[in-house]
Each structure stands twice: as C-alpha cells, then as structure tokens.
Design a protein around this ligand. Structure first.
Ligand code: 5GP
Ligand code: ZN
Length: 114
C-alpha cells in the first residue's frame, strides 16, 4: 500500500529524486539528504508502513537489515564497521513517518548516541 502524501512513498514511486544506491523488489536504499556520516544511506520498504510499531511482517523488516549489510559491503564499510538505526516516534527523533533504517558508517561512531 502507498500513501500519496508520504515523502518516502514518493521517492519509491520516483516522484521525488533521490540518490539511489540499491533496489530490490521490496526495498530501496538511497543517500540521506543531510548525511551524519561519510556513508549515510536510508533503507525503506516500498510498502508504506508509518513506524516500526505498525510493522507486522517479519520478512519486510528483516529485508531492511539484509539490504543494509549489502550496501555496507558495496560502500566498503562492512569490515571497518557501521551502525543501523530505526528511529521510532518523537523521543527518538523520527521525522519521516515511513519506516526507514539508517545505515551510518565511514567514521568512528560514539556510543551511547545522543
Ligand atoms: P528520521 O529522523 O525520521 O529517523 O530520519 C529521516 C531522515 O530523512 C533524516 O536523516 C533526513 O535527513 C532524511 N530526509 C528528509 N527528507 C529527505 C529527502 O527529501 N531526501 C532524502 N534523501 N533524505 C531526506
Ligand atoms: Zn510512505
């Protein structure tokens, strides 16, 4: 299902341009417009799911992580290390309500995050 007004559904439909780095039948990976690390890629399901709280299909959510690992290998950060994050709702800073997994790497990442 798609949401006409959702930014990332519009990316998935090709209505909003994005620097796409990988595509599968179920997911798309594209560069974050405001990168927080040398590699900052967003991985989304093509299907509109607002937040992780709204997800129910294990395969859909699992595919986001597996595509992140593929992109990390392609970007040359798989061995040095990277982080994957899904922000959910206000306290985590979610701003786009189409579930997305952040892939961050290419620099040392501190823990705990802010
Ligand atoms: P959130 O804060 O919801 O976890 O992450 C949303 C992310 O989407 C942010 O890192 C933000 O920079 C990114 N973003 C917002 N609008 C656009 C856009 O139009 N294109 C791309 N490529 N990234 C976007
Ligand atoms: Zn959407």
């Amino acid at each position: 299902m798609n949401d006409v007004n959702c930014l990332f559904c519009r990316v998935a439909r090709g209505e909003v341009s994005a620097a796409i780095v990988a595509e599968t039948p179920d997911c798309i990976a594209f560069r974050d417009i405001n990168p927080q690390a040398p590699v900052h890629v967003l991985i989304i399901p093509r299907e509109h799911i607002a937040t992780l709280n709204d997800a129910s299909d294990a395969a859909t959510i699992g595919k986001l992580s597996l595509l992140a690992a593929d992109v990390a290998r392609k970007e040359g950060i798989a061995d040095s290390g990277y982080r994957t994050v899904i922000n959910t709702n206000a306290a985590a800073g979610q701003t786009v309500f189409h579930v997305h997994l952040h892939l961050l790497g290419g620099r040392t990442l501190r823990w705990p995050p802010g």
